[in-house]
Design a protein around this ligand. Structure first.
Ligand code: NIG
Ligand code: FE
Length: 423
């Protein structure tokens, strides 16, 4: 075995593994009882994978003869898994700050949408933008997320609503994946809204007959890697029937189902997701008890988005009811022009204060469970041997500072590490 390793993080006051028995996800009981090592160290190999994690003395003895490309002395500091953001819309052009004023003055999300703002405004600007403009702004946003501790992020298309722009967005995401350290799970979201002047039936037909077949060609040729399929299942957007046919077609392509449901109205999206074997459903502010039970049974994760409920003053997602029913609860920032938040620490803070999650539950939701929602929890989401060496080193003596502090995270997060490299 090689004696050369990429990184040693030693003598941390706390190493929060999150879980340590190869769990794919955690439900309520496990989320309340995270694995933590007091005074621990972590070793990451040159392949970027975790080689050892344990008590500092054990690691020191075991690796006494080893050499490391880099050593971080984490005395008095904490180590946590890199954060996972399970829901973002980070590729777009056109500033929508003016809509925030409209919403503060009382307009609802759908009032703005119907007035030609919202997604339609962004679609117009994103169609007109060049790939290089979109890539430049995507990079800036991903770097901001990374500085706030995110090391794996889901990125959606969905501001094209026609073949050319949807492909442009997915290619931009692919280019970011190739050139930036942050891990990306990409999502085709061509059914994010019904294009202006089209009916739901026409939009659905276009996705099924034009967009998905071209996507298949690209995926088969290896020119695009796409992981998930998403639909905005909502009154006035895609109804249950069209959502079902689009998600099923995506699943046939090998994509994970991960969609927007039960956000503004109860649509029985949760039941549909459970029926189709969805890996995750996002939002769920209006989910019913029956929907919650169906998701728990189907092991479909609930990706809760506290920023959206906060900005739109929606009812809070029922995190406690979901946890008690055994649902796999995950978190996402929903970064988009409506909810402009790149920070998972702020998302966790809001989840605790507004959705009444505990700090341990919020951290599990933003690591192992968010990784599960993206089909990546075998490689990401906890500090376990053979997983990716993605971690954060906090300058505080207790890990809870990451959630407790509302802002100032750049000073708190001393290092962000992806596959053993400080980024
Ligand atoms: O998740 N609900 C639908 N989509 C986004 C909003 C996108 C937008 O307003 O541009 C969301 O909140
Ligand atoms: Fe969204």
């Amino acid at each position: 075995m090689s004696r050369d390793y990429r990184l040693l993080v030693k003598n941390a006051k706390q190493v929060v593994l999150v879980c340590s028995r190869g769990e794919k996800y955690l439900t309520q009981h496990g989320m309340q009882d995270l694995s933590v090592i007091e005074n621990g160290s972590v070793v990451i190999g040159r392949d970027g994978l975790i080689k050892a994690v344990g008590p500092a003395e054990t690691i020191a003895a075991q690796f006494a003869d080893a050499s490391f490309d880099k050593v971080i002395n984490a005395t008095g500091m904490c180590v946590l898994p890199g954060l996972v953001d399970a829901h973002t819309h980070p590729v777009w052009a056109g500033d929508r700050v003016h809509e925030f004023a409209m919403k503060l003055a009382g307009a609802s999300y759908m009032d703005v949408h119907r007035a030609g703002g919202g997604i339609h405004f962004t679609v117009e600007h994103t169609r007109a933008a060049s790939s290089s403009e979109l890539l430049a702004s995507l990079r800036d946003r991903l770097v901001r997320m990374q500085r706030a501790g995110t090391t794996l992020v889901e990125c959606k298309s969905g501001y094209g609503l026609e073949l050319q722009t949807e492909l442009k967005m997915l290619q931009v995401i692919e280019e970011a994946r190739r050139t930036l350290p942050i891990n990306i799970s990409s999502t085709y979201c061509g059914a994010h809204a019904v294009p202006r002047g089209k009916t739901v039936a026409e939009a659905t037909e276009n996705i099924l007959q034009v967009q998905l077949p071209r996507l298949r060609e690209h995926m088969e040729a290896g020119t695009l890697k796409v992981n998930n399929i998403d639909v905005f299942c909502e009154q006035g957007v895609f109804d249950l029937g069209s959502t079902r046919s689009i998600l099923k077609a995506g699943k046939d392509l090998g994509l994970n189902i991960n969609f927007h449901g039960d956000e503004l109205h109860p649509m029985n999206s949760a039941q549909l997701g459970a029926e189709l074997g969805a890996l995750a459903i996002s939002h769920l502010e209006e989910v019913t008890d029956q929907g919650i039970r169906a998701m728990a049974k189907a092991q479909t994760a609930a990706v809760l988005l506290p920023t959206t409920a906060y900005i739109l003053r929606l009812p809070q997602p029922r995190a406690r009811d979901m946890l008690e029913a055994g649902v796999i609860v995950a978190l996402g920032s929903d970064f988009n022009p409506n909810a402009y938040c790149c920070s998972m620490p702020i998302v966790m803070h809001l989840a605790c204060v507004n959705m009444r999650m505990s700090m341990s539950e919020a951290l599990a939701a933003a690591t192992i469970n968010a990784a599960y929602a993206l089909g990546c929890s075998n490689t990401h989401g906890s500090l376990e041997v053979d997983k990716h060496g993605d971690l954060l080193v906090l300058s505080s003596p207790r890990w809870e500072h990451l959630i407790y502090q509302l802002g100032g995270h750049q000073e708190l997060i001393g290092y962000v590490v992806v596959k053993g490299n400080v980024v």
